[in-house]
Design a protein around this ligand. Sequence first.
Ligand SMILES: *Cc1c(COP(=O)(O)O)cnc(C)c1O
Length: 383
Amino acid sequence: MNSPIYLDHHATTPIAPEVLAAMMPFLTEQFGNAGSPHQYGWVADAAIKSARATIAQAINASPEEIIFTSGATEANNLAIKGVAEAYFSQGKHLVTIATEHSAVLGPCRYLESLGFEVTIVPVKPDGLVDLNVLEQALRSDTILVSVMVANNEIGVLQPIARIGKLCHDRQILFHSDAAQALGYVPLDVQAMQIDLMSLTAHKVYGPKGIGALYVRRRNPRVQLASQLQGGDQERSLRSGTLSPFQIVGFAKAVELAIAELPQESKRLAELRDQLLAGLSQNLGQDRFVINGSLNRRLSKNLNISIPNIDAAALTLALGQSIAISSGSACTSQSLKPSHVLQAIGLSPELALASIRFGLGRGTTAADIERTIEVVVEAVRVLG
Ligand SMILES: *Cc1c(COP(=O)(O)O)cnc(C)c1O
């Protein structure tokens, strides 16, 4: 049996062959602990130093501003809880938006249970935050604003640089979850005035289980309370033995993605447009709605709702031929309508009739043709 065509690149991506090759020595002979005072340790330490510099450079940061974590979930937790704990004497108010990933909303809810106040700013029907509404949510006791670069369900790109300016004009720290954006859109923590940024490797053809938090060290110098106590790795902000094979793989993945970003995002946009055109032609333009702004969006993403189609049944029916998701991978098993789709105004029924296409490096024009065919056929059968 042929493997299904993989169109779930928002959930995760395969490890690129170059990334695996870069990792292999550190899974075999080079097994040292980067903290050890001998040859094995020095080799690990040098590899991590070089990887840290690569990742920092990709976002226009300095190497000392990169704190390795297990991924974006941990980076979001460290950023939000770490800032709250370090700055609570200056204020106990945080601001975020309704379409954030649960790895941002979860820590915010946790802080509420500790007595912090969180304002969740709504988004417009196109998925973008209204800057005036966001500005009105900012208060003299606001210590942190957290707004993602790119949404993991509908792919929309928030006006990050303008949000960064709003925050910095008021001396409020700005955190951004860039898990879906790294390697897909240019990121620059200076130009975007970002103080903390969460990154992960596995959405960009790197290994699972590794990510980073960027923490600004000047203008302003961000204070952060560690969420792990123990060793003094990562300036004591994230204790635990560093994993050279994961870190080296992460850096290689970032290096490759940045090098091919302009051409690849153009190629993906063309494929996405081919998919949209094919669905429009064959299903009829009125048979589905596009969720989120079409032009302020990641080129790899298309999210549509097909009224009166149960998306869970549709993804199951397609499962032999194409691997797609009816929402975020973390919530699609729960059969609850997506909070992101409801935040852009979809009814629970329409939210449950949504499918997310996530295109990637391996996706070809032939894959898209086949996808159009099988989706159209499945909708005919189910609809
Ligand atoms: C995937 C994802 C996460 C979680 O990242 P992990 O590295 O898997 O913990 C967080 N935020 C967004 C927007 C994501 O897409």
